[in-house]
Design a protein around this ligand. Structure first.
Ligand code: GDP
Ligand code: PGA
Ligand code: MN
Length: 615
């Protein structure tokens, strides 16, 4: 290219970016121009988050065959998308934390140095958006202007990602206006990696076999290539709100967590409480977030089901927000009998991905209804009947739905500066050892409990379902820095909060008897456990101290109206010192992976646990 041609090319890109730009912030304009020069789209669209924009993009996608409109009478404003069969989930092995130093990513993350990763990525992004529209999507994580809120922009060539981002975040002009010169914001770039040559027809779900989900925590950037799916493409979610935000939180004194957020109101006194809970993927966050209590006395409202940001407030307590504006939930298993609140939420305005289509233009998935339709179109677009030897919906099929449609939504979701936390729960899926509930003996012990969570693998992870894996704080795939430093940050938070710190509990809904059945009815009956937890917070309920924490004293867990056999109840709370000592040995091995970065306080906790177990 000659010098004149280069200048011409540059001025065209500049025009493309600036012609319809909805900001005058030069930092934003220059960054968008740089990305456009690199990726070479035919068009640049600045998204405003309006209903008109939604209508226009959905119509274009329906026209192009990449969205199927659902029956307006049955599921108004809703669409079905079918992904490429090889692009159906997050890709942990292609996810990288590119900090300057390898030890800052730590032993649990894939690491490549930033310069090296950029050198690998830039040739892929060069011309990646050729023949496509580049969307500039400004978004706010949390209420615009809130004390815990953060802003970001996603540049993407995927209209599917734009629609999902409009549901999952507060997307549009207000967010863009909040990004002022010199302010802190997160830059995210996404391409499906499928440039179109002149005259080349597009695919319904363009993507690339080569995938990179890369994070640059020191420069607050995410670059994602090759996938159109969920956490790989909706960069606000796991990429920003957990991996990048966890690093921002470490630097700035707050926490970004894989937690649901709940409000509980004591119906008699009117007093409200807030609780957050970290469980690994597919271990019950969405279900607990939408809890329908089976005991009287409590009103439960939803604030969030996946991510919470926590920050000390002016009064010294720990405040929490759900930074998201929608649910990206697993469809299979969601039905009237298990989660009626979710079913009601999905009445319309929902994007379904990889579920089955009914003959009358609605959606279906395994577990939606007890009765299985006689004929369906499966998630790949093929005819399906109940005798087929494959599921109609993909096991990781999802719904994307606005949180404001949730009948149980708490007004607290709108709170600018979040809600004060009374209790934090850590949990996992454990057939043995871990009791139904135990209160931690101190903040430090609570951090030890969070750091040592193990959970049986679910279909959401690679590997053998049921196999135990360590998943500290349910953050194993989502912590953007060295996990041992993260534990240290939690310990420091305890020092900051002092006696205003929330109380910490461990829960396990999944303990099984020798015959393999769940010992605890779970779901709505988990309100009985929450009831004990809140009464502990109030200093009302009695406990019994054990080696691993305080469990409900006899008669303190409200079991009115359910039949839990005495021997099941004993088993639910039995603590076998030998198995726990064996688990302590595994904890020592796990800690060894992090060398001397493991905080001394956690090593002390391990020593004390062994002493209590041997006493
Ligand atoms: P998330 O991915 O953490 O949000 O988990 P979900 O709430 O979607 O639940 C994952 C799976 O766990 C679903 O199959 C639920 O039916 C199941 N589950 C959720 N809560 C309970 C419970 O209290 N007891 C039992 N036995 N299963 C549960
Ligand atoms: P999850 O992540 O599997 O933890 O629900 C969903 C996503 O891809 O964002
Ligand atoms: Mn969920």
């Amino acid at each position: 290219m000659s010098a004149t041609q280069t200048i011409e090319a540059e001025s065209t890109v500049t025009d493309l970016v600036r012609a319809n730009a909805t900001t005058a912030n030069e930092e934003v304009l220059q960054w968008v121009t740089e990305v456009a020069e690199l990726t070479k789209p035919v068009e640049v669209v600045w998204c405003d988050g309006s209903q008109d924009e939604w209508n226009r993009i959905t119509s274009e996608m329906v026209e192009a065959g990449s969205l199927i409109p659902l029956n307006k009478d049955l599921r108004p404003g809703s669409f079905l998308a079918r992904s490429h069969p090889a692009d159906v989930a997050r890709v942990e092995d292609r996810t990288f934390i590119c900090s300057e130093k390898e030890e800052d990513a730590g032993p649990t993350n894939n690491w490549v140095a930033p310069a090296e990763m950029k050198a690998e990525l830039m040739p892929l992004f060069d011309g990646a958006m050729r023949g496509r529209t580049m969307y500039v999507v400004p978004f706010s994580m949390g209420p615009v202007g809130g004390a815990i809120t953060q802003l970001g922009i996603e540049i993407t060539d995927s209209p599917y990602a734009v629609l999902n981002m409009r549901i999952m975040t507060r997307m549009g002009q207000a967010a863009l206006d909040g990004i002022t010169p010199g302010s802190e914001w997160v830059r995210t770039v996404h391409s499906v990696g499928a440039p179109l040559e002149e005259g080349q027809a597009d695919e319904a779900w363009p993507c690339n076999d080569t995938k990179y989900i890369t994070h640059f925590p020191e420069t607050l950037e995410v670059w994602s290539y090759g996938s159109g799916y969920g956490g790989n493409a909706l960069l606000s979610k796991k990429c920003f709100a957990l991996r990048i935000a966890s690093v921002m939180g470490r630097n700035e004194g707050w926490l970004a967590e894989h937690m649901l957020l709940l409000k509980l109101t004591n119906v008699d006194t009117g007093k409200a409480y807030h609780l957050s809970a970290a469980f690994p993927s597919a271990c019950g966050k969405t279900n607990l977030a939408m809890l329908q209590p089976t005991i009287p006395g409590w009103k439960v409202e939803t604030i969030g089901d996946d991510i919470a940001w926590l920050r000390p407030g002016k009064d010294g307590r720990l405040y929490a927000i759900n930074p998201e504006a929608g649910f990206f939930g697993v469809a299979p298993g969601t039905g009237e009998s298990t989660n009626p609140v979710a079913m009601e939420t999905l009445w319309g305005n929902t994007i379904f991905t990889n579920v089955a289509l009914t003959d009358d233009g609605d959606v279906w998935w395994e577990g939606k209804t007890d009765e299985v339709p006689a004929h369906l179109t499966d998630w790949q677009g093929n005819d399906w009947t109940p005798d087929a030897d494959r599921p109609a919906a993909h096991p990781n099929s999802r719904f994307t739905v606005p949180i404001q449609q949730t009948p149980s939504l708490a007004a607290d979701w709108y709170e600018q500066d979040g809600v004060p936390l009374d209790a934090i729960l850590f949990g996992g899926r454990r057939a043995t050892n871990v009791p139904l509930v135990a209160q931690s003996l101190s903040w430090e012990h609570g951090v030890f409990v969070g750091a040592t969570v193990s959970s049986e693998k679910t279909a959401a992870q690679e590997g053998t379902v049921g196999e135990l894996r360590r998943d500290p704080f349910a953050m194993l795939p989502f912590c953007g820095y060295n996990m041992a430093d993260y534990w240290g940050h939690w310990l420091e938070m305890g020092e900051t909060l002092g006696d205003k710190a929330p109380k910490v509990f461990q829960v396990n809904w999944f303990r099984k008897g020798a015959d393999g059945r769940f010992l605890w009815p779970g779901f709505g009956d988990n309100s009985r456990v929450i009831d004990w937890i809140i009464r502990r917070v109030e200093g009302e309920a009695r406990g019994r101290e054990t080696a691993i924490g305080t469990v409900p004293a006899d008669g303190e867990l409200n079991l009115e109206g359910i039949e839990v056999p005495a021997e099941d109840l004993d088993e639910l709370f039995s603590i076998d010192p030998a198995s726990w000592l064996a688990e302590a040995d595994l904890t020592e091995e796990f800690f060894a992976r992090f060398g001397d970065r493991v905080p001394v306080a956690l090593r002390d906790q391990l020593t004390q646990l062994r002493q209590r177990l041997s006493a």
